[in-house]
Design a protein around this ligand. Structure first.
Ligand code: HEM
Length: 417
């Protein structure tokens, strides 16, 4: 098969990191293509954007995930040895653990803990009577909910420390310099804490409830019928805790969208659940969060005139695909109504990955994410009276995850439960 790769390619890591959400999509649109090759972190990388490219990317015969994510991502955000880097039968078996812990009774259990945490925190906010940095407030609230749901023995005094640790894994993973070092350190500490706990659980040295997530992870058997090594079990437990706390980013973006589009507040406060669904989907489509996902080519092939060499890293642009003008009319406009008339496909609406979750790498936590966003909307519009006190709501697109440039603050005036 002819390799048409350019012999020399300059490195675009700086350009990518300065605009991680728009780097791939803008170049694809400028060159009217779905794929181009560049160099990122000094490695040749094929960048893909759009629904056809997403369908290709999720073809498990063409791509695999082992060693696909760059080391700095595995050392902070993902952890090493977790489900993200598995393929084939090993992946399917591990993924079944996550599917069981993110749907049905497990999901309802998490929502119940989150509802309790909202009530506790709302009372505290009212007593404090101060402006709240909403992101900080949501990270604390979701840390409480996630740790209690997982059955982790906690003392109340631990919340600030646990919030800091779990947040660093996603909030500082892509930060320059010291921030990234803090994320690596937080991962080391958190994995040690949870690996010890898993060992204790297996040896009968804890009184963990048998129906909690930590118990399920401790006793999960992989495709070879063996228990996971404690460190890997800790990575997987963090794969539940970390992203649950990261939903705080979407909750900030939800409040941001409500502030910028106040015309939706009255029908949403009145309980229009169809509009609530559409509004939440549009937040997930329109706002930047997870920019791209990575894989490696399994075997040489040619697609749209581009040679895909075995072993080469490939990145699929999530943000750009959610803004692709071929799939979305007026993609830069925030229009929840589009979801009332358009049913998204598994490849054109991919804020949490594409294809399907059980047999592929799509995020298993979408139901949790959407449910926590619905719950937050209900709390904010029906149980609290609040005002946004931040003046400048411009988003910082160079930050990962993207957030308002100035911290979004609210003042809670009334709480009704
Ligand atoms: C905060 C909002 C969330 C966002 C933006 C998000 C986004 C993503 C993305 C983009 C992927 C990669 C898909 C791929 O590789 O093709 C992913 C995978 C994953 N997510 Fe989420 N996620 C979120 C919430 C959650 C939640 C709440 C959980 C669990 C409680 C979760 C657990 C996972 C796991 C375990 C994977 C790896 C799946 C695999 O490789 O098979 N995520 N997520």
């Amino acid at each position: 098969m002819p390799d048409q790769s350019k012999p020399f390619l300059s490195d675009h890591t700086v350009a990518f990191l300065s605009d991680p959400y728009r780097f791939i999509g803008e170049r694809c649109r400028a060159e009217a293509c779905d794929v181009f090759e560049t160099r990122l972190l000094f490695k040749r990388t094929l960048c893909l954007s759009g629904p056809e490219a997403a369908a290709l990317f999720y073809d498990l015969n063409r791509f695999q995930r082992q060693d696909a994510a760059p080391e700095p991502v595995r050392a902070t955000l993902f952890g090493k040895g977790g489900v993200q880097g598995l393929d084939d039968a090993a992946h399917r078996q591990r993924k079944a653990l996550f599917m069981g812990l993110t749907h049905g009774d497990a999901l309802q259990g998490l929502l119940a803990h989150a509802a309790d945490a909202w009530r506790e925190c709302a009372d505290e906010w009212l007593v404090l009577g101060e402006e709240l940095v909403f992101y900080d407030a949501m990270r604390t609230l979701l840390t409480r909910a996630a740790c209690r749901w997982a059955g982790l023995p906690q003392t109340e005094g631990d919340w600030p420390e646990r919030t800091r640790q779990l947040s660093a894994l996603f909030d500082e993973a892509a930060a320059p310099g010291l921030g990234h070092v803090r994320a690596r350190m937080a991962r080391g500490e958190a994995e040690t804490w949870l690996a010890d706990l898993i060992e204790d659980a297996r040896a009968g040295r804890t009184d963990l409830p048998e129906d909690c997530a930590t118990w399920a992870v401790a006793w999960h058997r992989d495709a070879d019928d063996a228990l996971m090594p404690p460190r890997i079990a800790a990575v997987e437990l963090l794969n539940l805790l970390r992203p649950t706390v990261a939903v705080s980013v979407y909750l900030v973006l939800l409040v941001h969208a409500l502030a910028l589009h106040p015309q939706y507040r009255a029908p949403l406060a009145a309980g229009d659940s169809v509009l609530a669904d559409a509004f939440i989907q549009e937040v997930r489509r329109w706002y930047p969060f997870f920019p791209a996902v990575a894989a490696r080519v399994r075997h040489d092939f040619l697609w749209q005139g581009q040679f895909f060499r075995e072993g080469r890293r490939v990145m699929l642009d999530l943000y750009g695909t959610n803004h692709d003008p071929c799939s979305w009319a007026d993609p830069e406009a925030f229009l929840p109504e589009r979801f009332l008339s358009q049913t998204p496909t598994p490849f054109n609406f991919i804020p949490q990955g594409g294809a399907e979750a059980a047999g592929n790498h799509r995020c298993p936590g979408e139901a949790i994410t959407v449910a926590l966003m619905h719950q937050a909307m209900q709390m904010l519009l029906q149980h609290l009276e609040y005002e946004v006190t931040t003046q400048n709501l411009a988003l910082d697109y160079s930050r990962l995850p993207a957030l308002p440039r100035e911290p979004l603050c609210i003042r809670v005036n009334t709480v009704r439960f």
